[in-house]
Design a protein around this ligand. Structure first.
Ligand SMILES: [Zn+2]
Length: 145
């Protein structure tokens, strides 16, 4: 029984790892036009404030008042400029790689309240850089994992 159980495990993990194996490599590349904005880890971009103990907490929403880790994405990674993208994970699940003209290849690691549907938010080092990016309509290359 033990051998069968481990065999099942191997089969299941094999399926998970190669979920798209039956598709041709060409069908993995798709292009989508969407709206891209910029954000950083600041209070204004991420909706947090400091409580009486000067600890960062959520400023609004369901988690209002809860401690917030600054610069940590919704998927638990450390937000990195030139890499971290926030998206609607119903459209682009965590781990989806997107190539954005003017930003380069990034990975969906974060979510945002206003980031719904055909919208993405690109992480920048500073608020100034995020503002400089502004709001652009871009055609991105999608690499679904
Ligand atoms: Zn900011």
């Amino acid at each position: 029984m033990k051998i069968i159980a481990s065999l099942v495990t191997v089969l299941v993990s094999g399926v998970l790892l190669s979920g798209c194996a039956s598709r041709s490599p060409f069908s993995r590349t798709e292009f989508i036009t969407l709206e891209a904005t910029g954000y950083c880890k600041c209070q204004e971009c991420c909706g947090w404030k400091r409580n009486l103990l000067m600890q960062p907490v959520y400023a609004s929403g369901a988690q209002k008042g809860d401690r917030k880790k600054i610069g940590v994405t919704a998927s638990g990674t450390k937000a990195k400029p030139g890499r971290t993208i926030a998206a609607d994970t119903n459209v682009f699940p965590f781990g989806t790689r997107l190539k954005i003209p003017g930003y380069g290849w990034g990975t969906v690691e974060d979510r945002g309240g206003a980031i719904q549907g055909q919208r993405i938010d690109l992480f920048f080092r500073t608020h100034k850089e995020a503002l400089k990016w502004g709001r652009k309509t871009v055609t991105v290359q999608v690499d679904r994992r």
